[in-house]
Ligand binder design. Structure first.
Ligand code: ADP
Ligand code: ADP
Length: 219
């Protein structure tokens, strides 16, 4: 579960995230929806201790992220697929993550299989990957530690329709096994099929939140 309480981030006079409170519960996919610049990434960066809140807090599995022991074993994070180590191969990237998490050798092939990257693709350098392949690689890294929570920033960016369908199936399955999924998007259609709950944000503020049925009705 993820809980944010009055989470706020200011940059000078600009409030990027403004008093944001919501719960993303276990067993559900929560879509975090809002236009570019709405504050989604900044909120996710605060949830994962990459930037401190100006005020308020975010709890993941009942704790602040920085207080979670070996957080990669509990929380899978994918914030910016374009920021990967482009000079390394996909396999190398995952082996490094696996080492940091203290995982055995089998974790990497298992994660590659889970996201549909072949051994041949894993041997290519990330700079030669399409954005869709980078998203798959990022998701493989997030899944490596077998986490209970996934925090994914725009994971559908660059995926083709088949890739989007694949990701939906994976996230649905993850939530159905009791996991917590928070996924951001600026496109309603990317999240509305898979999300159970929606948190909608604009100019740093929550504009609506609730179950998909409450917010969108039966469409
Ligand atoms: P989103 O992820 O919804 O596209 P962001 O969280 O990236 O939105 O950005 C929210 C707002 O905060 C934007 O106006 C962005 O330019 C601003 N912002 C984000 N990070 C910083 C920063 N480090 N310094 C100043 N402004 C920032
Ligand atoms: P995204 O589009 O994935 O939300 P951004 O391009 O907004 O990411 O942000 C990428 C990085 O640049 C982040 O570290 C963010 O804090 C920083 N950043 C974003 N907007 C600004 C800004 N207006 N001023 C300074 N830094 C910014």
């Amino acid at each position: 579960m993820i809980v944010t309480e009055n989470l706020t981030k200011r940059y000078g006079a600009m409030t990027a995230v403004d008093d944001v409170s919501f719960v993303a519960r276990a067993g559900a996919v929560t879509g975090f929806l809002g236009p570019n610049g709405a504050g989604k990434s900044t909120a996710m960066r605060m949830m994962t201790a990459l930037t401190p809140p100006t005020s308020g807090r975010a709890l993941v599995l009942g704790r602040e992220y920085r207080d979670i022991p070996n957080p990669g074993r509990h929380v899978g994070v994918m914030l910016d697929a374009s920021a990967q180590h482009v000079g390394r191969t996909g396999g190398e990237v995952l082996r490094l993550v696996a080492m940091q998490l203290g995982l055995g050798k089998d974790a990497v092939p298992a994660a590659l299989a889970r996201v549909g990257l072949s051994a041949k693709e894993a041997d290519r350098r990330v700079r030669n990957y399409s954005l869709g392949m980078r998203q798959r690689l990022g998701l493989a890294g997030a899944l490596l530690g077998d986490p209970q929570v996934l925090i994914l920033d725009e994971p559908a960016n660059g995926l083709d329709p088949q890739g989007i369908h694949w990701m939906r199936t994976l996230l649905r399955d993850f939530a159905d096994r009791g996991g917590t999924v928070l996924l951001s998007s600026h496109l309603l259609h990317e999240v509305e099929i898979v999300a159970d709950e929606l948190v909608m944000i604009g100019n740093g503020r929550i504009v609506a939140q609730g179950s998909k049925a409450e917010l969108l009705g039966s469409r």
